[in-house]
Design a protein around this ligand. Sequence first.
Ligand code: HEC
Length: 175
Amino acid sequence: MKKVVVVFLIALIATGCADWRRHYHYFLDMQFSPGGDTAKVDTVGNRSYDMHEPDGTVPFHGTPAYPYKKDIDVEKATRELKAPASFDLKKGEVQYNIYCEPCHGLKGHAEGPVQKKFVSVRKLTDERADTFPLTKIYHIITAGQGAMGSYAPQVQETNRWNIAAYVKNVLQKKK
Ligand code: HEC
């Protein structure tokens, strides 16, 4: 009896370690969905990982998916987005220092440590960025711009507004 149990256990361990993956696939993407590298362009849809919702997406619990696409819909988003009535600038500062400072720097002068490796980082306080309305800054944080990715997966909506307000009302005023 003991022998049977031992043999059974060995068989169990051995099969447990066996490569269970079949060498053929019925539906490539269903069993092994390709992992997404957010810093790259996905090889299946050939688009960047910037939180675009698939066509035909419906609202979930009343919250519609963000409808403005990176780079393409900047002007539309700037025009149509409605900023909240008030902001928490203190929270905006804390969030900015976590999520934006590594590239854009504490002062927004593109003096963050990552900027040395990532040469295209832009200043948030120059003649160009100073003209950006609050809604445009919010859109860039949410959807990304050019080499900069979307921060929507990491920063919640209210805090994205708080950060935008901190950039507009504090950093750009201070210089
Ligand atoms: C990993 C580095 C990095 C981080 C972190 C980062 N950005 Fe950027 N940001 C960039 C780069 C690079 C650009 C220039 C993109 C382009 O136009 O190609 C940019 C551009 C911008 C612009 C547009 C400036 C202009 O003149 O066009 C704004 C506004 C901005 N970032 C705000 C933010 C905010 C706010 C955060 C924090 C939520 C943030 N960024 C986090 C790299 C970063």
